[in-house]
Design a protein around this ligand. Sequence first.
Ligand code: HEC
Ligand code: HEC
Length: 352
Amino acid sequence: MKSSAFIYKGILWSIGVFCISFVISCNDEPEEGTPVDEVVTLSFPNYFPEFTYESIPLTQNKIALGKKLFYEGKLSRNNAISCGFCHIQEFAFTHHGHSISHGIDNRMGIRNAPALQNLAFLSRFMWDGVIHELDQQPISPITAHEEMDSNFPQIIQKLNEVEEYQDLFRSAYGDSEINAERILNALGQFMATIISDQSKYDQYLQGQIVLTDSENNGRQIFEQKCSTCHTGALQTDESFRNTGLYFNSELADAGRYRVTLDSADFMKFRVPSLRNIALTSPYMHDGRFLSLEAVLNFYSDGVEDNPRLDPLLRNGEIVGIPLSNQEKQDLISFLNTLTDDNFITDPEYSEF
Ligand code: HEC
Ligand code: HEC
């Protein structure tokens, strides 16, 4: 986490050359005996989208509690499945090697676990955008039958039996009460700090390095052929698109349609960020492609025409995005520049 801690009054916006610091804090003086906590400032590049996370101020003790909860098996019915079980830091917090996530008792879900990164800049979560607030997101995995299969009364009882948690909740929230709202807020605060902004591409954007010829060609092709959907610094406009992937009737996942029940949304999925994409195989909402080559072959030759196909993927008679082999190679060189090695080893996000 690239954050510095301050005790601060009022609201301050400071804009640096490449960093925007964002600090908001409580105005009340702490009561005597209240454990010490500090407001945390997140730094991120000025080319990032707007900071959307709302449950501020972020504080050191809430984030620390959230991190402990993120790696806590007791959030699941059998005490074995933590958030970190499916969201593994080394793979940009995805469930590497699993096309669709396996949860409790090896039950299978229907979707591929997305990377957890730069979530404080998004306003729609999940492949179908069903969730709008980061603090609300954990309710879904905690209660899902095939993920953690638990509930808040059960979790609260288990955490209350651990003295360390009473202390952690006291230092984060002023008293030792453990409740659902606090659990969710702490998880949300921790996830808001998970920022990936130190890739080779960032160094390029900040004028610190030049890209190789292949990377630079790939960047130009990406800007011409991909960035209408994979827009901006996080490569997503957060819209929902039908990309002409065939409907997998076994999983029966119709994407955004599941949320809106509007047939126009059949097989539309949220445009994902492509940061750290080289680390997060397999790809797509159901992990159907094992490599980036396979994804690009899909865009050039595998897109299925259908009435809801995104107009950007149809040009007259041509369906999909024409790409030569050289263009594919260059695109992959470019996509590799989105890998952030510091992010996947940063101890601020690690279990130990
Ligand atoms: C069994 C595996 C599994 C577990 C355990 C799990 N997740 Fe996930 N997570 C997923 C999958 C699969 C998705 C995609 C779900 C969807 O799109 O419907 C996901 C999506 C998310 C997202 C949305 C990311 C985005 O870009 O929209 C967040 C945030 C998240 N999980 C956080 C958590 C937290 C916090 C926990 C623990 C309380 C947790 N997950 C536990 C598999 C898991
Ligand atoms: C019409 C909008 C659109 C265009 C254009 C587009 N994409 Fe995508 N892309 C998406 C959507 C939507 C998904 C998620 C699809 C799904 O899982 O159902 C996606 C998924 C991906 C994934 C997999 C991400 C993951 O986490 O699994 C990669 C890689 C990718 N796109 C790269 C590209 C490249 C490279 C181009 C240009 C050649 C491109 N995309 C053009 C909308 C688009």
